[in-house]
Design a protein around this ligand. Structure first.
Ligand code: S3P
Length: 170
């Protein structure tokens, strides 16, 4: 019988920290697969996360996110990127214990630029994305720190450079 499947590493961090881009680079370099929780969720619901926020509300999204993350942590191998808000759930923070969790850090300016204040990110689509994003970074920083085994700064670094820093830090 084969043992349980576990991700090689899990990426967490705010929107715009580069989880998906860096995750793909890391997976390629490590020769493993890449899985993005946001993509798993969109495949499951058959619509975009933005549409789910509008039609079903954030609570419904968070409940589904918790479930999809819990499953992915025991069924996925390779590099796994979580959605930026996954760490809000205590159950998810608990489930991350014992995993190799890389927290990608990003500042206000870089994060906002990279997300392009996009309406694809429902939480940043409001009237004042800068204030919203700042509040999000402040509120979540301790949560990312809590789950992280390694923290890597992404500021002024390309995805390749961040991937190199991650591999050096493991
Ligand atoms: C969210 C981040 C998004 C997505 C959803 C909620 C958040 O993922 O899961 O829009 O709460 O920060 P990314 O971090 O990949 O943008």
């Amino acid at each position: 019988m084969s043992g349980p499947v576990r991700p090689t590493l899990v990426l967490v961090g705010p929107p715009g920290s580069g989880k998906s881009t860096v995750g793909r680079v890391l997976a390629r370099r490590l020769g493993v697969s890449f899985t993005d929780i946001d993509v798993l969720i969109e495949e499951r619901i058959g619509k975009t996360i933005a549409d789910m926020f509008t039609q079903d509300g954030e609570d419904a999204f968070r409940a589904l996110e918790r479930e999809v993350v819990a499953r992915a942590l025991v069924e996925t191998d390779g590099v796994l990127a979580l959605g930026g808000g996954s760490v809000l759930a205590a159950a998810t923070r608990e489930a991350l214990r014992g995993h190799r969790v890389v927290s990608l850090k990003v500042g206000l300016a870089d994060g906002l630029r990279r997300t392009g204040m996009s309406t694809a990110r429902p939480l940043l689509a409001g009237v004042n994305p800068r204030a919203t994003f700042k509040a999000l970074l402040d509120a979540r920083a301790p949560l990312y720190r809590e789950v992280a085994t390694v923290e890597v700064d992404t500021v002024r670094r390309s995805a390749n450079q961040v991937a190199t820093a991650v591999l050096a830090a493991l």
